[in-house]
Design a binder for this molecule. Structure first.
Ligand code: TPP
Ligand code: SF4
Length: 247
């Protein structure tokens, strides 16, 4: 019995991601959910900037590239023109919580019937490890070489909790992919987010805690430990909005 098969919603192109990066796991979960919901022919994804910029080369569905942070606005346009399609954005924390803050908040507040996969690796990955809005206090990055300080750089933003306060939001969860149990939970959350969209309930978002070994300066194994010890206490896992229709 096959325990793993490549999802049809992924192309056969090998990842370009660094060893230990979580992007490949998250891509695979999204693709598995698309296969299970049998929506490969009717799904449109919107790529971010950042290390997932070429996700159009991996997802075997219609894809659109958006400028930095603008994926929710682009997805809004696609969904309104093609309401029968399932539309998702895939965005890093620099993309979504920094340059794209306005786009994500207003798309959520409008209750756009789109789904966002939000990859929180606490850093700008692609451009060399600058501080992101999600960088933890004390965390060393290239732009916070002595560790992030709250008095000069402010506090890290908890995106899931913040968006859960908005009326247009149907589903918000924070998950992690650091071990098989959490990967299964993450997949369930991604599936619920897509189901919310299919049922027309409003905006849905899954925040996924992720490792960036390259810019954290850690090995893949050390990165998993760092995520568990440092990220999860500040970014608690769980479902922050869960409509009864997808329970
Ligand atoms: C308008 C604009 N400004 C800046 C950039 C440069 N840029 C490309 S990727 C990136 C960081 C992305 O970081 P994040 O969203 O956290 O994704 P990751 O690489 O960590 O997956 C930046 C600043 C850009 N491409 N476009
Ligand atoms: S730089 Fe970080 S986020 Fe980008 S591919 Fe490498 S490990 Fe992943």
């Amino acid at each position: 019995m096959a325990v793993f098969a490549r999802p049809k919603a992924l192309t056969e192109k090998p990842w370009h991601f660094c060893p230990g990066c979580s992007h490949g796991i998250i891509h695979t979960l999204v693709a598995e959910v698309i296969d299970e919901l049998n929506i490969r022919e009717t799904t449109v994804g919107v790529c971010p900037v950042g290390c997932a910029v070429v996700s159009h080369e991996y997802f075997n569905v219609d894809m659109q590239q958006a400028a930095h942070g603008r994926a929710p606005a682009v997805a809004t346009g696609i969904k309104r023109v093609l309401p029968e399609r399932t539309v998702f954005t895939y965005q890093g924390d620099g993309d979504l919580a920094s340059i794209g803050t306005a786009e994500i908040i207003h798309a959520a507040a409008r209750g756009e019937k789109i789904t966002t996969i939000f990859v929180n690796n606490a850093i700008y990955g692609m451009t060399g490890g600058q501080m992101a809005p999600t960088t933890l206090l004390g965390q060393v990055t290239t732009t916070s070489p002595f560790g992030r300080r709250q008095d000069t750089q402010g506090y890290p933003i908890r995106v899931a909790e913040m968006l859960a306060t908005l009326e247009g939001v149907a589903y918000v969860a924070r998950v992690s992919v650091h071990n098989p149990k959490e990967i299964n939970r993450a997949k369930k959350a991604i599936r619920r987010a897509f189901e919310c969209q299919q049922k027309g309930l409003g905006f849905s978002l899954v925040e996924v805690l992720a490792c960036c070994p390259t810019n954290w300066g850690l090995s893949p194994k050390e990165s998993i430990n760092w995520l568990v010890e440092n990220m999860i206490p500040y970014y608690p896992l769980g479902e922050y909005r869960l409509p009864k229709e997808v329970q």
